[in-house]
Each structure stands twice: as structure tokens, then as C-alpha cells.
Design a protein around this ligand. Structure first.
Ligand code: AMP
Length: 300
């Protein structure tokens, strides 16, 4: 099954209690596409500016990512600057420069339109809707969002939900969108808005899938040290979509398995700034950590 991923490609400046990275490759579509590329070919849709290093494009292409839909616009690449609190989970956005994303008009290349799996990574919901309207034979659409859009583009986000098979969001965002503090209630209220399944990402506490009639929990991999949590959610989504594509099957069991692969990819990603750790690992290491996940949770 082919995968389409749309979202941001960014130059990130990230501060953590232990270090700092300046203008490094980031963005929701980047993290998700790189994570998914271990499992399957990805069709990527995003915008960058004229200042974007061609070396980054070559890196993505080297992973088998189709960058036909990665369009260069006049102006500068999207920039994001975040600072993590000592708990390494909560963060403050110090600066967001939309730059080319202010004019981004995602038009899917013809050969992307038959993509069977679609991941609408974090961008303005109006752009996510625009992409969802262009795909023709989709079997599964998943979508991520963030507090900014729940705050500023709520109506568009809510109108997108009935088109989705899955919404991924973190605990704080689930509470904001639903108005419920209890996360199970929050997830159920979001299901009532029309989306078929909800995954609530809870950082070091793992991810919870809620459907109309089931709940499943994938733990996060216990790590001695987290270097930079940026992109963990996107790597989770990328690993999830990649594994679904690889398995060629979408049912309750393959979704659970895909969540664990998502957790594996997120756990590797947070071991470095930007994509440094994902540049080092291979599929054998991914499978090895997947096996460790099984041991983490089996108790009989
Ligand atoms: P995550 O840690 O999974 O929430 O994703 C972090 C990535 O999201 C960073 O690489 C940022 O470049 C990107 N990002 C931050 N704010 C936005 C935004 N408003 N729109 C799109 N992408 C964003």
C-alpha cells in the first residue's frame, strides 16, 4: 500500500535542559516520512523556501522518499524554535515563522492521488482538507494536529474529523478539543465528532488507542536518557503508517502492531537532536527493539 504524507518541513532551533541545536532539519512531514521510509516508500508533500539545503532533499531521496511533491516556493523555509522544560515533555514555542507555509497550496502530483494510506501531519487544517479532497482511492486517512490549530482553526479541524479514520493528538490537545480532562472521556467525545479511531500520545507514558468498542495501550520504550523529544509524535505516526503499508492489511490487530512500531520509531528519534539517530539505525535494530517491546508487556 502506498503512503502519502503531507505536513511541514522545517528548520528547527531546539533547546533542551542539556543542549541546543540551531536550524536543524525538522518538521512534522520530515520526521513522519523518514520514520515511515524504513518500512515502505513514501510520497511526500510539503513546501520549502529557496534557502533550503539541497543536501536535505538528497538525504530524503536517498531513503526512497518521493519528493516530487516537495515544492520550492519563493521566500524562506518554515522555522520553529522550541524550548523544553526540565521534565523533557512539556515545551514552550519561542518562535514560529510560517514563511512559505503562508502561501502553501498543496496540489498533489498525479501519481500521488492513488495513495492508499494518507497521513495529514501537522499543518493548518484547511491545507489538510485540501489534500484529503485530492486523494482518490484511499483506504485509511490519519491526521495529527496541535494546540495552535485547536485554538485558531477549530471549525476547520472539526469539519475534517468525519473524513478521518484516525486522529492522533497528545493528551493536552485531546483535553482542549473535547473539553474533558479525563482522557477516556476526551477520546470518546472526539469519536462522537465523527472520527473512527483516536490515538492519544502521552510521551513517556506511551500511546492509547480508543475506538468505539476497544482500548489498547502501547507503552513508550524506557530510556535512560532523552536528548530531544522533538518529532516523537511524528515518528510514531510515520512508523505506524509505514508498518500498516508493509503489512498490506488494516484491521484491529495490524493497527495495534503498527502502534508498537510507531513507539519504536519515536523511541529511537528522541535519542538525538533532529534526525541524527534515525540516520544511524537500520531495520534490524527496529525489529530488535520491537521484540523488546513484546517482553516489556507480556506477563503470562
Ligand atoms: P512534534 O514534536 O511531534 O510535535 O513535532 C515537532 C515538529 O513540528 C517540529 O519539527 C516543528 O518544525 C513542527 N512544527 C512546530 N510548529 C508547527 C506548526 N505550527 N505547523 C507545522 N509544523 C510545526
Amino acid at each position: 500500500m502506498s503512503i502519502l504524507i503531507v505536513g511541514s518541513v522545517a528548520l528547527d532551533t531546539v533547546e533542551t535542559p542539556t543542549g541546543r541545536a540551531e536550524e536543524v532539519l525538522g518538521g512534522a512531514a520530515t520526521y513522519a516520512s523518514v520514520a515511515a521510509s524504513f518500512f515502505h516508500r513514501v510520497n511526500m508533500v510539503a513546501a520549502v523556501g529557496e534557502d533550503f539545503d539541497q543536501g536535505h532533499v538528497e538525504y530524503l531521496q536517498g531513503l526512497g522518499i518521493d519528493t516530487t511533491g516537495l515544492v520550492t516556493y519563493p521566500g524562506k523555509t518554515f522555522r520553529w524554535h522550541g524550548k523544553y522544560l526540565p521534565n523533557m515533555q512539556d515545551r514552550e514555542t519561542l518562535d514560529t515563522q510560517l514563511n512559505v507555509f503562508e502561501k502553501f497550496d498543496p496540489v498533489l502530483p498525479q501519481h500521488y492521488r492513488q495513495s492508499e494510506l494518507v497521513f495529514l501531519a501537522n499543518i493548518h487544517p484547511a491545507l489538510q482538507i485540501q489534500v484529503a479532497e485530492q486523494v482518490e482511492s484511499t483506504k485509511f486517512i490519519a491526521c495529527d494536529t496541535m494546540n495552535l490549530w485547536i485554538d485558531t482553526a477549530r471549525d476547520e479541524l472539526v469539519s475534517l474529523l468525519p473524513r478521518l479514520d484516525m486522529l492522533l493528538l497528545n493528551d493536552e490537545e485531546a483535553r482542549m478539543l473535547s473539553g474533558h480532562f479525563n482522557l477516556l472521556r476526551a477520546a470518546r467525545a472526539i469519536l462522537q465528532m465523527g472520527v473512527k479511531q483516536v490515538i492519544i500520545k502521552r510521551g513517556e507514558h506511551g500511546a492509547t488507542l480508543v475506538t468505539e468498542d476497544s482500548v489498547f495501550i502501547s507503552p513508550a520504550f524506557p530510556l535512560d536518557e532523552v536528548v530531544d523529544p522533538t518529532g516523537a509524535g511524528d515518528c510514531f505516526a510515520g512508523g505506524f503508517m509505514g508498518e500498516l503499508a508493509r503489512s498490506e492489511y488494516i484491521d484491529a490487530l495490524s493497527i495495534r502492531k503498527a502502534m508498537v512500531y510507531g513507539s519504536v520509531m519515536a523511541s529511537y528519534n528522541v535519542e538525538s537532536f533532529s534526525l541524527a539517530r534515525l540516520k544511524e539505525i537500520n531495520m534490524d535494530q527496529i525489529e530488535a527493539r520491537y521484540e523488546l517491546f513484546k517482553n516489556l508487556t507480556s506477563f503470562y
